[in-house]
Ligand binder design. Structure first.
Ligand SMILES: *Cc1c(COP(=O)(O)O)cnc(C)c1O
Length: 240
C-alpha cells in the first residue's frame, strides 16, 4: 500500500514539477526562482514522510489542530513547515512552536501572540501578510486577508515585533469581485503591492501565490512560492 502510494505521489510530483518548469520557461524565469510548497492538509503524516523521501523540502498546513501533531511526528525529516490557514488569535502563539513561516497574517492583533510564541521558543518566524485582493476599494469583503490599503500598517507592526521577520505577501485568487476568474490579473496586482512593500522593507521579497489550478498564472506574474495540494496528494475528502 505504501509502495503504491509512493508511486502515486512520485507521479503526481513529477507532473507538478513539469508544470512549474514549463511555466518558468514560458516566463523566462529560472526554475530555482520558484519554491514548491506541498500543502498536506487532511493527509496523514505517512504521506509527509513519503514526500520527504521523494525530495520535497517544504510542506504546508492550514489547521493548527492537525498541523501540530503532524509536524511533531515528522520532526526528524528536516522539513520547512508553512502555516497557510486562517489563524485565530488564541492559536497564534501555538503555531509559532512548529511553523517556520506563517503565510496568513491578516490583522495587527495576530502580531503580539506570534511574537510572544517565537520569543518563548527562541525562534525567528517568517511572516507573510495575506492580502485579500477582493477587499480593495469599495468591494465587499471576501475570505481572510488584509485589504491592499492595510498592508503598509500591518507590515510596520510585523517588522517592529521581536522574533518575527517580515518576508513578503501571500494571496489566494479571489472567487468574487473584479478579479474573479482573472487569476493572472489578480497575481499581477499582488506583484504591484509587493513592489510597494519592498520599497519600505527590501527583505520582504517572498510572493506566495498559485495553487493546483492556477500555478502557471502565478509563476507568470512573478510568484516565488506556489502552494500545491490536490495536484500532488489527490482531491481532498470533504473538509470536516
Ligand atoms: C489548501 C490550500 C492550498 C492548496 O490548494 P490546492 O487547490 O489543493 O492546490 C493552497 N493555499 C491555501 C491557503 C490552502 O488552504
Amino acid at each position: 500500500m505504501s509502495d503504491e502510494r509512493r508511486a502515486e505521489l512520485a507521479a503526481n510530483l513529477a507532473r507538478v514539477e513539469d508544470r512549474i518548469a514549463a511555466a518558468c520557461k514560458a516566463a523566462g524565469r529560472d526554475r530555482d526562482e520558484v519554491t514548491l510548497i506541498v500543502i498536506t492538509k487532511t493527509y496523514p503524516a505517512s504521506d509527509v514522510r513519503l514526500l520527504a523521501e521523494l525530495g520535497v523540502a517544504h510542506v504546508g498546513e492550514n489547521r493548527d489542530q492537525e498541523a501540530a501533531p503532524k509536524a511533531a511526528e515528522c520532526a526528524d525529516l528536516g522539513l520547512t513547515w508553512h502555516f497557510v490557514g486562517q489563524l485565530q488569535t488564541n492559536k497564534a502563539r501555538h503555531v509559532a512552536a512548529y511553523a517556520d513561516y506563517v503565510h496568513s497574517v491578516d490583522r495587527v492583533r495576530l502580531v503580539s501572540p506570534l511574537s510572544a510564541g517565537a520569543v518563548r521558543d527562541g525562534r525567528e518566524l517568517g511572516i507573510l501578510l495575506q492580502v485579500a485582493l477582493d477587499k480593495e476599494g469599495a468591494e465587499p469583503a471576501g475570505r481572510g486577508g488584509v485589504a491592499p490599503e492595510g498592508v503598509a500598517e500591518l507590515a510596520a507592526a510585523v517588522a517592529a515585533a521581536e522574533g518575527l521577520r517580515l518576508d513578503g505577501l501571500m494571496t489566494v485568487a479571489p472567487l468574487s469581485g473584479r478579479y474573479a476568474g482573472r487569476q493572472q490579473e489578480a497575481f499581477r496586482r499582488l506583484m504591484e503591492i509587493s513592489s510597494g512593500l519592498r520599497a519600505a522593507h527590501p527583505g520582504a521579497s517572498m510572493v506566495s501565490a498559485g495553487m493546483s489550478a492556477d500555478l502557471e498564472e502565478a509563476v507568470a506574474a512573478g510568484a516565488t512560492h506556489v502552494r500545491v495540494g490536490s495536484a500532488v496528494l489527490g482531491v481532498r475528502p470533504r473538509l470536516r
